[in-house]
Design a protein around this ligand. Structure first.
Ligand code: BG6
Length: 485
C-alpha cells in the first residue's frame, strides 16, 4: 500500500474480448486514465482467440463496451482508444501463436517507447489460465527487459491437491513476487478499511478478543440466482465459489493479529496465521442449502434445479452456514459463524461483532431494566458503513434501557468510492501485492474446506427470498435476547 510512482508499461490482457474485459477491466482502465492515475502510463494489448479482429475493429468493440458500461465516448475517450488499445490474436494458443504475440509486444514497446515492463492479465474463463501461463513461460515471456507480472483470477484450484498443483505449475515459470492472484473482495474499499478501522483505533483493538467478544458473524447474502452461469456454478457450489475465497478473506482480516508493518508480506503472514489456527470444521456445524422457487423482492423466481445449465438432480449447494473456531490466544472459544447464499431476500455483506454481556448485578432491583449486549455491525456492501449499538437509559422512572446506535455511512463522507478493479489495477501497476492472495494462503484455505467437500453434509431446500434453511438457525448467535440478570 506504499505510494509508488507507476512506471510506464504494457498490459497484455489474455481473454481481451471476454466478459471480464468488457464489464470490468476496460471501464476501470478508462476511469483510471480519466482520473490521471494511469494517464500516459499504460498501453493495452488485448489478446484473444478471435482471428477476425484487428486494432481498428477491436477499438470499435471497446468503444461499444465502454458505452454499454455507462461511459459515453467523447473525443478524448476516442483518442485514448486509438492511442492505447491494440489487438493480437492467439488463435488456438499454439506455440507459434505465442511467438507472434511476443513479437507484437516487442513492436509495441518500440513504437510507444516503453521500457519493457509487462503485465499479463489472465481474463480467461474460470480455470483456463494455467495453460496460457505455461505457454507464456515456454515462449520466454516470464521475464522481460523490465519487470513482468502476471495477474490471475479465481478459482485457484477446486480442492487442496489441485491448488497445490496449480501453484507448482505457475511457479515453474513465474516467481511468487510476480504473481497477483485476485480476490476482488480485497479490492473493495470497505474491506481494506477493516485493517485501518482495527489498527488505527485504540478504541476497538482493545476489545477485539475473547474477553469482550461473544461471537463473530460474517454474512455474504445475495439476491441474485446463478443467472447464465448455471453450468459453471453447478460444478462449483457456494462453498468453493464464495466461502473458500471471499468469506475466508473477511474472516482473516477480522481475526488477524497486528502486522509488524503495513506492508504486503507482513499483512499476508498474519492472515495465514489465522488460517493455520482455524479449527478443523466439524460437519455437524455445517448446514448446506439449495433454493427452491419463491419470490425475491416481490418477483417470482425459479428453483435452482430449473435454472439453465443445472443438472435436474443436482445436489450443489447455493447456501452454506458454518460455525467454527479459531484456536489461538485471542479467539479461543469464540464462535465464528459464516453464512452465504444465493436468492436470499437482499444483497448484503456484513460482519457483526457481538460483544459479551456486562456484569449486571447493579440492575437486579430494577425489574424493567433489560440490557442487551453491544453489537458492532460493519456493512461492506451496499450502504457501506458502521453501526455501533449500545444501551441508553430512557428518560423518566422506572429505570428502562433502550438500544441505539452510532452510525457512520461511507457515502456521506466519501461520495466517490472506487470500483474494486480500479484499486487492484493500480496496485498491480505499482507492484504492491498487499491485496493479492499468496500461494500459501490459497493452500491453507483449501486445507480447511477440502474435508467438507468429501464429507458432503446434507443439502436442505430453502425457499427463494428467505434467509436459508431453518436447520441453520441452530448455528447462529442468539438475536435480540436480553442479557441474563
Ligand atoms: C464471485 C462469485 O466471485 O463473487 C459470484 O463467483 C458472486 O457467484 C460474486 O455472485 C459476489 O461478488 P460481489 O462483489 O457482487 O459481492
Amino acid at each position: 500500500m506504499a505510494e509508488q510512482e507507476i512506471e510506464r508499461h504494457l498490459m497484455v490482457v489474455i481473454g481481451g474480448t471476454g466478459d471480464l474485459m468488457r464489464r470490468k477491466l476496460l471501464p476501470a482502465m478508462r476511469r483510471l486514465t480519466e482520473r490521471g492515475a494511469l494517464h500516459g502510463k499504460v498501453v493495452l494489448l488485448a489478446s484473444g482467440r478471435r482471428t477476425t479482429f484487428d486494432d481498428e475493429s477491436y477499438r470499435e468493440w471497446a468503444r461499444e463496451a465502454l458505452e454499454a458500461a455507462g461511459m459515453p465516448i467523447d473525443v478524448e475517450g476516442s483518442n485514448w482508444c486509438d492511442r492505447c488499445l491494440h489487438y493480437q490474436s492467439v488463435g488456438d494458443q499454439q506455440p507459434e501463436d505465442f511467438e507472434r504475440l511476443k513479437r507484437r509486444i516487442e513492436e509495441l514497446e518500440r513504437e510507444h517507447e516503453l521500457p519493457g515492463n509487462r503485465i499479463f492479465y489472465m481474463a480467461t474463463p474460470p480455470g483456463a489460465f494455467i495453460d496460457t501461463v505455461e505457454r507464456l513461460g515456454e515462449a520466454g515471456m516470464n521475464e522481460g527487459p523490465g519487470w513482468t507480472r502476471v495477474v490471475i483470477e479465481k478459482p485457484f484450484g477446486h480442492d487442496l491437491d489441485s491448488a497445490r498443483e496449480l501453484n507448482a505449475r505457475i511457479h515453474r515459470h513465474f516467481r511468487e513476487e510476480q504473481i497477483y492472484r485476485i480476490d476482488h473482495y480485497l479490492g473493495k474499499e470497505t474491506v481494506q478499511n477493516l485493517l485501518t478501522f482495527r489498527f488505527a483505533n485504540m478504541l476497538f483493538e482493545s476489545v477485539w478478543n475473547r474477553d469482550r467478544v461473544a461471537s463473530v458473524e460474517i454474512l455474504v447474502a445475495e439476491d441474485i440466482g446463478v443467472g447464465r452461469r448455471g453450468e459453471f456454478y453447478d460444478g462449483v457450489g457456494a462453498l468453493r465459489d464464495v466461502v473458500q475465497n471471499h468469506m475466508t478473506q473477511l474472516l482473516s482480516l477480522t481475526a488477524m493479529e497486528i502486522p509488524v508493518e503495513f506492508a504486503a508480506d507482513a499483512i499476508r503472514d498474519e492472515k495465514v496465521k489465522v488460517l493455520r489456527s482455524l479449527a478443523p470444521i466439524d460437519p455437524s456445524q455445517v448446514v448446506l442449502g439449495q433454493y427452491t422457487a419463491g419470490k425475491v423482492a416481490g418477483e417470482p423466481v425459479v428453483s435452482y434445479l430449473d435454472e439453465d445449465g443445472v443438472a435436474e438432480d443436482s445436489t450443489t449447494e447455493t447456501y452454506v452456514a458454518i460455525r467454527t473456531h479459531i484456536s489461538n490466544w485471542r479467539w479461543q472459544g469464540v464462535p465464528f459463524v459464516l453464512r452465504t447464499g444465493k436468492r436470499l431476500p437482499q444483497k448484503l455483506t456484513q460482519i457483526t461483532i457481538h460483544f459479551r454481556c456486562p456484569a449486571l448485578a447493579i440492575f437486579q432491583a430494577h425489574a424493567q431494566a433489560t440490557v442487551h449486549a453491544n453489537t458492532l455491525i460493519i456493512t461492506l456492501q451496499p450502504d457501506e458503513g458502521f453501526d455501533l449499538q449500545f444501551e441508553v437509559k430512557q428518560p423518566h422512572a422506572p429505570l428502562r434501557l433502550q438500544t441505539h446506535s452510532l452510525r457512520f455511512r461511507y457515502e456521506e463522507a466519501f461520495p466517490d468510492l472506487p470500483e474494486a478493479y480500479e484499486t487492484l489495477l493500480v496496485d498491480v501497476a505499482q507492484g504492491d501485492q498487499t491485496l493479492f492472495v499468496r500461494a500459501d494462503e490459497v493452500e491453507h484455505s483449501w486445507r480447511i474446506y477440502t474435508p467438507l467437500l468429501t464429507a458432503r453434509p446434507q443439502v436442505y431446500p430453502y425457499e427463494a427470498g428467505t434467509m436459508g434453511p431453518a436447520e441453520a438457525e441452530r448455528l447462529l448467535p442468539p438475536r435480540g435476547e436480553a442479557c441474563p440478570i
